[in-house]
Design a binder for this molecule. Structure first.
Ligand code: M6R
Length: 369
């Protein structure tokens, strides 16, 4: 059943190139246009949307945080992302022009289900991004985009996350297309890159041995910190969540710009800090700022584990450990940058003798509050 792997998690990490390709299958036309008619939300409804609200829990919430950057950038529609468990008990401002996106691997998460019911009561259109055919969340939504990642058995979400991201990008691009956003070079480049993202993920997977070795060397640590900014910030949160749930270690993700507002006080000799570095192309200001952050924490004793794109030479002098990922358009970087963090957490959990597929106290699908 585990296809020769020791754990379902390892199998599911390895399946990611195929999973992301399956999410894209039949959804991008020959001219690069999105064909998401399966959504069955009338174009006039999508043209009217003046606000997008994403609700989800855990890893799916992190996918939503990344989706916000893509949706606002490509569609210019304001987008909020909220934990379903908070949203459901709030008095959110929604109406018939609101599009609420509920992201859930299982389709059975109680808080996400309650959040979508709450949204529908107020007249919002609800779109589910889900991996489980016929589950409750898509059944109760107005529309669904299935991720087609195949069954995810390990409690820690991996391939579901990458495919949720792909589905979010597709929704963002489709919204832009329906609303007549200028089909510029940037969008064409993104669509092209999505078409080969499976191969890029495969390339990352082929270079993971040093990451596994590094993880084993950190098995005795108490704390690992994660830093990122822009779409790298949710990637940092996801890296920390993986480490908590699998390795039972104290792990926290921060927006790098917040360092001086508190977190830098945590830096002391030998603390491992994983830094997700944005591309030096495009938003290069952020790249340069994070390189300064790496210097600052290193000067205070941090052991820096730097995830940076191929060809980024500026990080080399400050990286105690350097993990390379392929260059991608900025908004797509999470698809490649998350993979080393999954491998890192899985290997650390193994080194600490933990049960990888069934971490203590956790269930695959949280159907209670
Ligand atoms: O099935 P869902 O996507 O709704 O589940 C949401 C969270 O419970 C889930 O992502 C959880 O955080 C994972 N164990 C993370 O690896």
């Amino acid at each position: 059943e585990k296809g020769g792997y020791d754990y379902f998690m390892l199998k599911e990490i390895a399946e990611q190139p195929k999973a992301v390709a399956d999410t894209l299958l039949g959804r991008i036309g020959a001219e690069g246009q999105l064909t998401l008619d399966e959504l069955r939300i009338p174009a006039q409804v999508l043209r009217m949307v003046d606000k997008v609200v994403i609700v989800a829990c855990g890893t799916a919430f992190h996918a939503g945080l990344i989706a916000k950057y893509a949706i606002e950038h490509w569609t210019r529609i304001p987008c909020e992302v909220e934990l379903a468990s908070e949203f459901r008990y709030r008095d959110p401002i929604l109406d018939a022009r609101s599009l609420v996106i509920a992201i859930s691997q299982s389709g059975e998460t109680m808080d996400t289900l309650m959040a979508l019911r709450h949204a529908r009561e107020q007249g919002a259109t609800v779109l589910a991004i889900c991996n489980t055919n016929g589950s409750t969340i898509p059944r109760e939504s107005d529309a669904v985009l299935y991720t087609h990642a195949g069954p995810e058995v390990a409690v820690a979400s991996t391939k579901a996350f990458l495919t949720q991201l792909v589905a979010c990008y597709l929704v963002a691009l489709y919204l832009g297309q329906v609303r007549g956003t200028k089909w510029g070079d940037e969008i064409a480049a993104v669509v092209r890159e999505l078409g080969r993202i499976g191969e890029e993920v495969e390339r990352v997977l082929e270079t993971m041995e040093p990451v596994r070795e590094l993880a084993r060397s950190l098995a005795g640590q108490d704390t690992v910190l994660f830093l990122g900014r822009h779409v790298g910030y949710p990637v940092a949160l996801e890296g920390a969540l993986k480490l908590k749930e699998l390795a039972y270690m104290h792990a926290e993700g921060f927006a790098a710009g917040e360092l001086k507002h508190g977190p830098i006080a945590l830096i002391e000799d030998g603390v491992p800090v994983v830094v997700v570095v944005p591309s030096p192309r495009g938003r290069s200001v952020l790249h340069d700022k994070i390189v300064s952050n790496i210097q600052e924490i290193r000067a205070r004793g941090a052991r820096t584990i730097v995830i940076a794109e191929e060809g980024d030479e500026a990080v080399v002098p400050y990286a105690d450990h350097l993990v390379r990922v392929p260059a991608t358009p900025t908004l797509l970087q999470p698809l490649v940058a998350t993979v080393p963090l999954q491998v890192f957490a899985c290997e650390l959990a193994t080194a600490r003798g933990n049960e990888v597929d069934q971490p203590r106290n956790l269930a695959k699908s949280v159907t209670v509050e």
